[in-house]
Design a protein around this ligand. Structure first.
Ligand code: SF4
Length: 209
């Protein structure tokens, strides 16, 4: 079976398994999503969701955040880890949004990855959720599950993104990314995947029964 066909079947099954596929990060506008995704590096979405309400209450716009004192931002986001680097990055990014993009979030990969703290994963989340573009969003869950499913044997996020962009049909790329990610959280755990009850076990070359 071709990769594209298998991806379509797997996405169809996982679509039923995960009908509620909203992003796990809370946000009310593109600015808030961008900052939340930057903060989500090396921590959990739930952890980010705890700090973003006070952060955006104090700094509701990119201009507000761009003028913030770093030490005050650090205090709010402290629990997300790497708080000094993250605080510096979100203030600098907010300044660029305010000064160069009239407070808006830009809509191209090139512009997004030029922002401090923004890598391809963050950029793809923005392109997909805000600009409705097809995207392969690669995080640790996606790397693990896409390898086990045999869609790639690579570990480098950018290589996986490019490979799967070429293999997975555009119309299901976003759904495939999001459902595979959710599947990694629910069944396909790093140490003990729950293959026995996995709904896509018939299509997985790594099934352990
Ligand atoms: S069968 Fe096992 S290894 Fe394959 S996707 Fe399901 S949980 Fe992961």
């Amino acid at each position: 079976m071709k990769s594209s066909e298998r991806a379509r079947i797997i996405t169809g099954i996982l679509r039923e398994e995960y009908p509620d596929r909203k992003p796990l990060l809370d946000y009310r506008n593109p600015y808030e999503l961008l900052i939340a995704v930057i903060l989500s590096a090396q921590t959990t979405d739930a952890g980010v969701n705890k700090v973003t309400p006070p952060l955006f209450s104090n700094y509701p716009s990119p201009r507000d955040l761009s003028e913030a004192l770093q030490v005050e931002v650090e205090e709010i986001i402290h629990s997300t880890g790497f708080f000094r680097v993250k605080a510096a990055n979100i203030i600098k990014t907010a300044r660029i949004l305010a000064d160069q993009y009239a407070g808006q979030v830009p809509g191209s990969m090139k512009e997004l990855v030029a922002l401090p703290g923004v890598g391809r994963k963050t950029a793809n989340v923005i392109l997909n959720h805000i600009f409705d573009e097809p995207a392969i969003i690669v995080d640790t869950h996606f790397i693990r599950v896409s390898n086990r499913l045999g869609f790639t044997d690579k570990k480098d996020p950018e290589q996986i993104e490019r490979q799967l962009k070429a293999e997975i049909p555009e119309d299901i790329q976003s759904e495939f990314s999001m459902t595979v990610n959710l599947h990694g959280r629910k069944y396909c755990h790093p140490r003990k995947p729950e293959c026995g009850s996995c709904p896509i076990k018939d299509y997985c070359p790594s099934v352990l029964l």
